[in-house]
Design a protein around this ligand. Structure first.
Ligand code: AMP
Length: 143
């Protein structure tokens, strides 16, 4: 099972924000869209970073004034990405080792094809496990 399967069911929408936008604007966007992270992109769509709700919470430790800071000040620049061909197992390993819950997906080239969250990965893994256990039950019943 690969990341392509997740995108086939959830769609390819990627919510982005420009680096000069403020943390307040980012927080509003996360709240309105009910998501946990925004991919920070430049004028020509290149990935400059990722900003998650955790970055905003961390910034707020310095005071609510941080909400006026630019997104670029608090985003993570070194973004780990996967490909549509990445397996579910590899994706879950990336998230576990990197301790993050969001991974932008690249198509065969360098274009963004979507974003997967840990919730998407767990949902697909559960469906996989249910299918495996159903197949095992059917096998036992007919053996
Ligand atoms: P998350 O668990 O996704 O809310 O993110 C936790 C931390 O990891 C935050 O500082 C994010 O900016 C960062 N982060 C989230 N996703 C990625 C990613 N794909 N690559 C690198 N850092 C990330």
């Amino acid at each position: 099972m690969s990341v392509a399967r997740i995108l086939a069911s959830k769609g390819k929408t990627i919510h982005t924000i420009a680096p000069h936008r403020t943390l307040l604007e980012a927080a509003r966007s996360l709240g309105e869209k009910r998501i946990g992270a925004l991919v920070v992109t430049g004028a020509d769509g290149q990935v400059l970073g990722i900003l998650s709700e955790r970055d905003i919470v961390r910034a707020l430790v310095a005071g609510v004034g941080a909400l006026d800071d630019a997104v670029s000040k608090h985003m993570t620049e070194d973004v780990v990405m996967c490909r549509i061909s990445t397996s579910l197992h590899e994706l879950m390993e990336q998230m576990t080792h990197g301790r993050f819950r969001h991974v932008p997906v690249l198509d065969g080239g360098e274009q963004l094809a979507g974003l997967v969250s840990i919730g998407d990965a767990v949902k697909l893994r559960l469906a996989e496990m249910e299918a495996e256990s159903r197949a095992m039950r059917d096998y036992i019943a007919t053996a």
